[in-house]
Design a protein around this ligand. Structure first.
Ligand SMILES: NC(=O)c1ccc[n+]([C@@H]2O[C@H](COP(=O)([O-])OP(=O)(O)OC[C@H]3O[C@@H](n4cnc5c(N)ncnc54)[C@H](O)[C@@H]3O)[C@@H](O)[C@H]2O)c1
Length: 401
């Protein structure tokens, strides 16, 4: 923390989708929660001077820069928040940790296992000096998801037998949709797998408390070439019939896999950007020996719970509206029944991060936790390539949080 008492001066890199979501959370967090530290939105970084100045003004940041190294090294910054595509996470995070800055990094942690290992090692080193690092798997902080975990931890589902998780979108069904960074392996690491598959991997492991040990996967790239985005120079491009420059899609459009979890559960996962009609459909169902629980992001204030210990005549899925003050994160928001939305998960993320930094405890998911997700992603890619059952490499014990 800064020499100014209980003040955390945040510097954020990237100001588009996640930059906006994180900004709204940084703006909100001290107004909603009573926290041991106060956040100051000190500096924002982007590559275009004019655009980052406009973003600073619009999103509520005091200063702006086009040089992330300046931000990371500044004595006026305590926390570095990384909201850039995966190709820059490793370099920025390691530089920030080396400069003694606490780091919040968007998911997936990195583009490769090697980078994720370096980042987890850097976080472990920094931790010995009281520097904290966390990866932004925000869906853990949707109150209904946190409650799912509590139900499992309290034994209300008994022994977990099945995990069924999908994360479905349809934004690239049109083959004329351009080759944006998310469709380029050097920028994004992988496609639907790392972008949205990573979320359901983290979420299900978090909720069940079990880790994926092995997978059998298939991936597909349905549209292999796409028009380059306007303004691309397109060195590797060729023209299509309409004279538009085209480029190779180098990531998966969809990934499906079955998995075994270390507590004995069997699981299925599906991540796709070709699920026509599905916009952001994250759905998870868990079946245990004593009950089942279902979460659907499109109804994120609700949980469906089946309690098999109830008398037979009363059994059935119960819809729980997760808006009571007793529910996770909810006491600071509105009266019961006054629902919350997507953006609140980020406010909850910042709340937990600020609290951990201010009290000198480790926030979760740690970089080591996020490295483990990266190892699962890597096992899925290898399994799909080999068309074979593939074990997930264990995370080194010394890095475990
Ligand atoms: N938690 C979630 O639910 C969630 C949702 C979407 C994206 N993400 C993750 O957030 C990250 C960013 O995704 P996004 O959707 O916000 O992308 P985006 O394209 O909307 O924004 C990326 C931002 O990074 C900036 N940028 C890129 N390279 C930079 C560099 N070298 N230096 C400074 N700025 C740079 C861009 O100018 C832009 O402002 C990715 O890791 C992505 O996987 C997480």
């Amino acid at each position: 923390m800064s020499t100014h008492d209980n003040l955390l001066r945040v510097g954020m890199v990237g100001y588009a989708f996640m930059g906006a979501a994180h900004s709204q959370a940084w703006r909100t967090v001290n107004r909603v929660y009573d926290l041991p530290a106060r956040v100051r939105m000190a500096l924002i970084c982007g590559r275009d001077g004019g655009k980052v100045a406009e973003a600073a003004d619009r999103l509520g940041w005091e200063g702006h820069t086009t040089d992330w190294r300046r931000l990371v090294e500044s004595d006026e910054i305590d926390v570095v928040d990384i909201c850039t595509p995966g190709d820059s996470h490793c370099e920025i995070a390691i530089a920030a940790l080396a400069a003694g800055k606490h780091v919040l990094c968007e998911k997936p942690l990195a583009n490769t296992v090697a980078e994720a290992r370096e980042m987890a090692a850097a976080a472990a080193r920094a931790r010995t000096a009281g520097v904290r690092a966390m990866c932004g798997f925000n869906y853990r902080r949707v109150p209904a998801v946190t409650m799912m975990r509590q139900l499992v931890a309290d034994g209300r589902l008994g022994e977990i037998r099945h995990v069924r998780a999908v994360y479905l979108q349809d934004w690239i069904v049109d083959p004329q949709f351009p080759l944006v960074w998310r469709l380029q392996k050097d920028k994004a690491g992988s496609g639907a797998l790392g972008d949205i598959g990573a979320h359901i991997i983290d979420l299900t492991q978090y909720v069940t408390g079990q880790l994926i040990t092995g997978v059998s996967a298939a991936t597909e790239t349905f549209v292999k070439e796409r028009p380059l985005p306007a303004g691309s120079s397109g060195l590797a491009a060729q023209a299509d019939g309409n004279g538009r420059a085209m480029g190779q899609v180098t990531v998966d459009d969809a990934a499906v896999f079955v998995a075994r979890l270390d507590g004995g559960a069997l699981a299925t996962y599906e991540a796709s950007r070709f699920a026509t009609g599905r916009k952001n459909a994250l759905r998870v169902e868990i079946n245990g020996s004593l009950g089942s629980v279902v979460f659907d992001l499109e109804r994120l204030n609700e949980l469906e719970f089946y309690d098999a210990t109830r008398p037979a005549a009363e059994q059935g899925f119960t819809r729980i509206l997760v808006t009571e003050a007793e529910h996770p994160y909810m006491s600071a928001w509105w009266p019961p029944g006054h629902i919350i939305g997507y953006e609140h998960s980020f406010t909850h993320e910042m709340r937990d991060f600020v609290e951990a930094v201010a009290t000198g405890t480790d926030p979760t998911p740690s970089f080591a936790d996020a490295l483990q997700v990266q190892l699962v992603l890597d096992a899925v890619v290898r399994s799909a390539e080999l068309a074979a059952w593939t074990e997930v490499e264990p995370t080194l014990a010394e890095l475990a949080a």
